[in-house]
Design a protein around this ligand. Structure first.
Ligand SMILES: Cc1cc2nc3c(=O)[nH]c(=O)nc-3n(C[C@H](O)[C@H](O)[C@H](O)COP(=O)(O)OP(=O)(O)OC[C@H]3O[C@@H](n4cnc5c(N)ncnc54)[C@H](O)[C@@H]3O)c2cc1C
Length: 404
């Protein structure tokens, strides 16, 4: 594990084959009891009605200050989060590390707006980098710009409306926080992923991410931007970024995802009457995602990528492209990444076959992680009555253990 500045030369001849059907390897890290727990959580989330009602009740109970945090902590939080603090998360980091999987500590506190809180998040991110310095099981850090800059300010900068003098000073303070974080990441040699967010704040994020990459990625990718391929303009933007990186001689770090805010984006476009920035269909998103993987592999001499996806076909496509190009499984410019508690059957099998794998490991106070947890629950509900793949794989492993 650990990202390196080596160019495209193979670092080993590891070309082992990977299969996502090996439930034994995929769930070896879970005891029977832990497997039963995961089964139970995914079974509950499989019902769209249960997810809808419990999300609304959970949010309401928190608003009314009812004592429900213990219940959230004992269920969905336990499945998807590492703990309430960095120290609390160490056990989960170690467990992933035992299987060769790197943890990306994701401080999951959202929607902050006071300067003191934004400063607090920046300090927390610096702490994560310090933790990574001491722990090889944490190869990379990640952050959301909206955690260190006020959302409404990011929106105003993105819309290119003139800032007031006070806002300009606030914007400079936010940029200062980002610079401090990227400087620390560079001095420790720990890459930092900048997450992609809503399209109406993304222009400001893109501009900052590009500036940071230009400044810190001269030898290797320290700063990574994120491209959401559910946007119909991102493949073209990726091409432009590659041209810029080549012209200005910096390494392009890119995390490729499909995108987490589809309904919110479409809803806003509808209500404000502008054309949606989203792709016309899931098939178009898939096509551009796979197109972006292809483009990245064509430019591996200047691009480093993280495929942040639970999509089996995309992962297998990347595996196949690597094989065809004769790249070793652990090529230093290619990472696979999934979210903690999800798609273990992919993460553990990829890692078991020698690929570079990380998992986003969210942590933070239970209450603060609720929006994140609701997104995960919604992502894991049954589609058109079909049981989630996750649940099927857990069931298969339970059956295998019973008979063996
Ligand atoms: C390591 C990691 C980092 C991440 N970082 C970010 C980030 O920075 N920003 C962010 O937004 N998300 C991020 N995500 C979340 C990610 O966007 C979702 O997990 C992802 O969208 C789920 O898609 P998938 O690739 O796993 O595959 P799938 O389950 O195959 O795809 C589902 C996705 O396809 C897209 N989609 C579905 N229906 C349609 C439709 N009708 N039209 C167009 N598109 C459609 C949506 O994006 C949907 O989420 C991250 C995920 C991981 C694993």
């Amino acid at each position: 594990m650990g990202m390196s500045s080596e160019p495209t030369a193979p670092v080993s001849s590891d070309v082992r084959k990977v299969s996502f059907d090996d439930t034994r390897g995929a769930f070896a890290h879970l005891s029977n009891q832990e497997l039963r727990f995961s089964y139970w959580v995914f079974k509950l989330m499989n019902s769209p009605l249960v997810v809808k009602i419990s999300s609304q009740l959970g949010l309401l109970a928190l608003k009314l200050h009812l004592p429900v945090t213990w219940m959230i902590k004992a269920t969905i939080y336990r499945q998807f989060c590492g703990g309430e603090s960095i120290v609390d998360s160490r056990k989960s980091v170690q467990k992933l590390g035992n299987a060769g999987i790197g943890a990306i500590l994701d401080y999951s506190v959202e929607g902050l707006s006071h300067e003191k809180d934004l400063e607090g998040t920046a300090n927390e991110l610096l702490q994560v980098l310090h933790e990574a310095e001491d722990d090889p099981n944490i190869p990379i850090g990640c952050m959301k710009l909206s955690g260190i800059a006020r959302f409404a300010l990011l929106e105003k900068v993105s819309s290119k409306v003139q800032l007031t003098a006070e806002e300009q000073a606030e914007w400079e303070r936010a940029q200062g926080r980002l610079e401090r974080i990227c400087e620390k990441a560079a001095s420790l040699g720990v890459p930092m992923y900048i997450d992609a967010e809503e399209t109406w704040i993304q222009p400001a994020i893109d501009q900052l991410a590009e500036t940071m990459m230009q400044r810190f990625n001269s030898k290797r990718a320290i700063v990574f931007t994120t491209l959401q391929m559910y946007r119909h303009d991102r493949l073209a933007y990726f091409g432009k970024l590659i041209e810029r990186a080549r012209a200005e001689k910096f390494r392009l770090g890119v995390k490729l995802v499909r995108g987490a805010y589809l309904e919110k984006e479409n809803e806003r476009a509808r209500s404000k009457g502008y054309p949606t920035p989203m792709q016309a269909s899931k098939a178009n998103t898939d096509q551009d995602y796979d197109g972006a993987l292809d483009l990245a592999l064509k430019h591996l001499d200047c691009v480093e990528i993280c495929a942040g996806t639970h999509n089996e076909a995309s992962c297998m496509l990347l595996v196949e492209h690597m094989r065809q190009k004769g790249l070793p499984n652990n090529h230093p410019h290619i990472y696979f990444s999934q979210l903690y508690g999800m798609s273990d059957y992919m993460s553990y099998n990829l890692s078991g076959s020698g690929y570079n794998v990380t998992k986003y490991l969210p942590y933070g106070p239970v209450k603060a992680t609720v929006p994140y947890l609701i997104r995960r629950a919604e992502e894991n509900t049954a589609i058109a009555g079909q049981m989630s793949k996750e649940l099927r794989m857990i069931q298969q492993e339970q059956a295998r253990r019973k008979t063996s």
